[in-house]
Write a protein that binds this ligand. Structure first.
Ligand SMILES: Nc1ncnc2c1ncn2[C@@H]1O[C@H](COP(=O)(O)OP(=O)(O)O)[C@@H](O)[C@H]1O
Ligand SMILES: O=C(CO)[C@@H](O)[C@H](O)COP(=O)(O)O
Length: 556
């Protein structure tokens, strides 16, 4: 039976941080802690949480950094007042697509962790066959993408099976590259984890299954049957099914917390571990979005998410297995999100978000016809690299602007052109994915930049829809704790003896209603679109498309 002082732990291993939150039975925040990779773990020399490799578009992380962060974040949340013995279920979220390669010795160590030692002194480099984990920012697998699509019978077929065409950051192409370039490492790999199932594995004390929802970001899972596709596995690398293990639905209790955590952090032996999932899926769970809602996550990457009843066969964009119901989730990911806004904040706004907002607010909507696209690293949607600034004439001056010879004459124009360009990109692709904008459309924003009202006002104007936020900007993190509570309630109802009245636990019903009942007033309307929004931004979409075509022609 549920007792009033039970708590739920959520974790989120995002690009730049590892965060933890403890929620009580009413889903209220009891304690929170975070570890920032750049500043708290400087010995790993990351920038924005990642290391750049020597090859073009190569980005990786050393897994030991994440392991070190786990000890640190738990120590910190205890200092914040968390009594971890009250946690009845925990779950987590993590950046999507990255892959970790367990050695046999690593799995042995994982199963026998010594509570008197730090995790990172036990699970060191020898636990993994690949010491540079490729993460979602990596773009080195163009060749493997082509090979895998050809292997299954073409791009369309890949989209039909997995919900996405092959993307360079997706796990399947990354695994194939390791198989081809480092065959010994691949052969010596006992199991492969996603970042989410890796984090779950640590808490479980054994290799955790990959969940079907994060598994949809691999180009390996059949999103309809919710199992690995034999065609995709064959097109990727040999012996892969055994290395991946069987996928499970995100709503699965995968075991009890490992004894390391019981002895070292005072967790209860009965604390259940619920399958961890990808951060975008977890954000959808944390935002609990219903019909008419478009979720906009402004974390390190910007992502747009929506609920889909059936998979769309759109080639640009991803269809994933929904984390909390039987349907699907549509996802669009934009690599040049916060990191580019960070660059402009430093260069144009004295490294201060308030200045950035003032400059943004002091320029009229439409920016006198100045519009810019900044894809500092190769963008996912559209697949373009470079910067392009156009003014209202979009011709001669634009060429000079395009060459980077010129910037706009004021920081105000620079910043508005950037943010309007970003939001136009998000809206154009959301429309192409099949989201139909109408008078009932509402945007729910989350992620670090959703704390910025000025950025949200541009989003509201460009999307021509009201923007809402939740109390927290960390939907992926709270989504993990919400799922822990919900999945535990489902498990308890199943375990409970039925029919005799006493002690029977009722099934909690669908996830959406369960969370909505606990948190009936969880969103606040923060921005409304200006009256002239459609007039201004409707027309700008065509210019935006012309700019993208221009950039496409310039690509090498
Ligand atoms: N007030 C603000 N205005 C705009 N952006 C902000 C603000 N505060 C934080 N951010 C952005 O949030 C980003 C981090 O978002 P977060 O959701 O914590 O990232 P992730 O979960 O991907 O690690 C930072 O890179 C920063 O650009
Ligand atoms: O690649 C994707 C989604 O497909 C990214 O959204 C990653 O999942 C990273 O997430 P953040 O750290 O930006 O939240």
């Amino acid at each position: 039976m549920q007792s009033a002082n039970e708590t739920y732990l959520g974790l989120d291993l995002s690009t730049q941080k590892l965060k933890a939150v403890l929620l009580n039975a009413n889903l209220e925040n009891v304690a929170h802690a975070e570890v920032k990779f750049d500043s708290d773990l400087p010995e790993f020399r990351t920038t924005g949480g990642v290391n750049a490799g020597t090859a073009k578009n190569e980005y990786y992380v050393q897994p030991v950094m994440w392991i070190k962060a786990i000890d640190m974040v738990l120590d910190r949340i205890v200092v914040q007042g968390a009594d971890l013995s009250t946690v009845v279920a925990l779950s987590g979220s993590a950046q999507q697509h990255g892959s970790l390669y367990w050695s046999r010795a690593g799995i042995e160590t994982l199963r026998n962790l010594d509570a008197d030692k730090f995790l990172h002194t036990q699970l060191d480099d020898s636990a993994f066959t690949v010491h540079r984990t490729p993460i979602w920012m990596d773009g080195t697998t163009g060749r493997q993408c082509e090979e895998m699509e050809a292997g299954v019978g073409g791009r369309e077929r890949m989209v039909q099976i997995t919900g996405s065409r092959c993307y360079e950051r997706f796990t399947g192409p990354q695994i194939r590259r390791i198989f081809q370039q480092r065959p010994d490492c691949y052969r010596n790999t006992e199991r492969i984890s996603l970042v989410s199932s890796f984090l779950a594995s640590i808490f479980l004390g054994d290799v955790a299954p990959i969940d079907c929802s994060d598994g949809s970001g691999m180009n390996l899972l059949d999103v309809r049957t919710r199992d690995w596709s034999d065609d995709c596995l064959a097109a990727c690398a040999p012996g892969l099914r055994a290395k991946l293990g069987e996928p499970v639905p995100a709503a699965t209790v995968i075991g009890a917390v490992g004894s390391f955590f019981v002895q070292r952090y005072n967790f209860n032996t009965g604390c259940r571990v619920v399958a961890f999932t990808g951060d975008n899926l977890s954000a959808l769970a944390g935002m609990n979005v219903g019909k008419d809602w478009l979720a906009l996550s402004l974390g390190t990457s910007d992502t747009v998410m929506m609920k889909l009843n059936a998979p769309s066969n759109l080639q640009e964009g991803h269809v994933m297995v929904h984390p909390t119901d039987d349907g699907f989730m549509g996802l669009l990911c934009f690599r040049n999100g916060s990191l580019v806004r960070d660059i402009f904040k430093r260069a144009e706004a004295n490294d201060n978000w308030e200045n950035f907002s003032e400059l943004l607010d002091s320029t009229p909507r439409g920016n006198f016809g100045n519009l810019a696209l900044h894809f500092i690293s190769k963008e996912i949607l559209p697949p373009v690299k470079g910067s392009l600034r156009w003014n209202k004439n979009s011709n001669l001056t634009s060429v000079e602007l395009a060459k980077g010879v010129l910037k706009y004459s004021s920081p105000q124009s620079e910043i508005r052109a950037l943010v309007e360009g970003q939001m136009l990109t998000r809206k154009t692709y959301a429309t192409e994915m099949g989201f139909s904008f109408g008078e009932n459309t509402k945007i729910l924003a989350t992620g670090g930049a959703s704390a910025n009202r000025s950025i949200l006002q541009v989003a509201s104007d460009v999307f021509n829809a009201p923007v809402y936020t939740q109390k927290t900007t960390e939907a992926a993190l709270i989504g993990a704790a919400f799922r822990a509570k919900y999945v535990l309630s489902v498990a308890r109802a199943k375990e409970s003896p039925c029919g005799d009245g006493k002690g029977v636990v009722n099934a909690p019903g669908p996830y959406y209603d369960f969370i909505a009942n606990l948190l009936p007033h969880s969103v606040t309307r923060v921005c409304d679109p200006s009256k002239d929004s459609e007039e201004i931004y409707g027309a700008m979409v065509e210019r935006y498309r012309a700019m993208v075509s221009f950039m496409m022609e310039q690509q090498d």
